[in-house]
Design a protein around this ligand. Structure first.
Ligand SMILES: *Cc1c(COP(=O)(O)O)cnc(C)c1O
Length: 363
């Protein structure tokens, strides 16, 4: 059997006619960028996350970069961010000329919230929290620390659509919840898309202006903006998927439970769930000491796995100039050496998953 780590068309065929109707509605409408579909999606997604405002953008990276910029953070400023994240989180900081200050993760792969305080200096301007792999970070401690130092929280929710901490949606804790709708994400579009959610009207207005060349009224440019507009096609398709997001997330949770129950192999450490948090299992990540051997064994049986992520940002070629070296963040580096993401995608069949579990237990 051949098992890919992700199969994207499965979730299209689940709701095929709804997607096709939505796409045709846009194609026939004569309006293709920032229109009624975007407006409707923004209202629906704000309501889903429990926030007042949503602004649709081009990508998750734009959501992060523009949030940092809208807070006036730039050269000479520091932003705290977990060391074991995807490069985009850090680019959101450095694209503005600001400096990322890395903090080690906890046993749930989120920022170790107990270590945030020690990283705060008089240059710190924001704390970024990444709800990595679909599980909420320790928002109780993170929010306490942020309030104590009067710092804004920016949440990277690119992997956590629908994940909660103590019943509150990720994206609803900070000034800005940054989402990516890249096709592989839990709420994935059929192309690039992103958004921010917020309760702050002024912040939402600023992002809305910024996304369309810095103008509210066309050709009257109040701020130096960018082009980060969401198109009608993606918005219409996202509205369809959003109406099914709970089913889709429940399916991922069910697949994760099957892995939890079925995998019996002392060479692997299975993912843990934080008290008060639930995971929407964007990834199902296990730790394995002899990872290369494990991956090769599964590969031999036709099973694809992935590594999220092999090189932590502080050791990335592009961030050499930050001056970090191997050994600076040992927990992060040890995760980078041991993490393996097992195949998990909506539409994965029982037979496919049983096959994966069977082979994992043979390793
Ligand atoms: C995907 C992702 C992003 C970037 O989103 P894009 O839409 O690809 O720009 C940012 N942060 C994390 C954690 C991600 O997984």
């Amino acid at each position: 059997m051949q098992i890919k780590s992700n199969v994207l068309d499965r979730q299209f065929y689940m709701y095929q006619s709804e997607y096709e109707d939505a796409a045709l509605r846009v194609l026939r409408s004569g309006w293709y960028v920032l229109g009624n579909e975007v407006k409707q999606f923004e209202e629906e997604f704000a309501s889903y996350t429990g926030r007042k405002y949503c602004v649709g953008l081009n990508s998750g990276l734009d959501a992060l970069t523009m949030s940092v910029r809208a807070l006036g953070i730039g050269r000479g400023d520091e932003v705290i961010v977990q060391a074991n994240t995807y490069i985009a989180t850090v680019l959101g900081v450095t694209e503005n000329g600001a400096t990322p200050v890395f903090v080690e993760p906890d046993e749930y792969f989120n920022i170790d919230a107990d270590k945030i305080e020690a990283a705060i200096t008089n240059r710190t301007k924001a704390i970024m929290i990444v709800h990595l792999y679909g599980q909420a970070g320790n928002m109780k401690k993170a929010v306490e620390t942020a309030q104590k130092y009067n710092l804004p929280i920016i949440e990277d929710c690119a992997q956590s659509h629908g994940a909660c901490f103590n019943g509150k949606m990720t994206g609803a804790f900070g000034i800005s919840g940054c989402f990516s709708f890249y096709p592989t994400k839990n709420l994935g579009a059929f192309g690039d898309a992103g958004a921010i959610v917020t309760d702050d009207e002024e912040f939402a207005d600023k992002i809305r202006m910024m996304r369309n060349y810095g103008s509210k009224v066309r050709y009257y440019n109040e701020i130096e903006g960018v082009n980060s507009r969401l198109d009608e096609l993606q918005a219409a398709l996202l509205r369809v998927k959003l109406s099914h997001i709970d089913e889709l997330n429940d399916e991922r949770k069910r697949l994760a439970q099957n892995y939890n129950a079925g995998i019996k192999n002392s060479k692997l450490k299975l993912p843990q769930i934080r008290e008060g948090a639930d995971s929407v299992f964007h990834q199902y990540v296990v730790l394995c000491e002899n990872r290369e051997e494990f991956q090769a064994f599964l590969e031999k049986h036709g099973i694809q796995t992935q590594i999220h992520y092999p090189v932590p940002p502080h050791l990335a070629e592009c961030y050499k100039h930050l001056g970090h070296k191997k050994g600076d963040f040992p927990i992060t580096e040890s995760y980078a050496d041991r993490v393996v993401s097992l195949p998990i995608y909506t539409g994965m069949t029982e037979a496919e998953q049983d096959y994966v579990i069977d082979k994992i237990n043979m390793f």
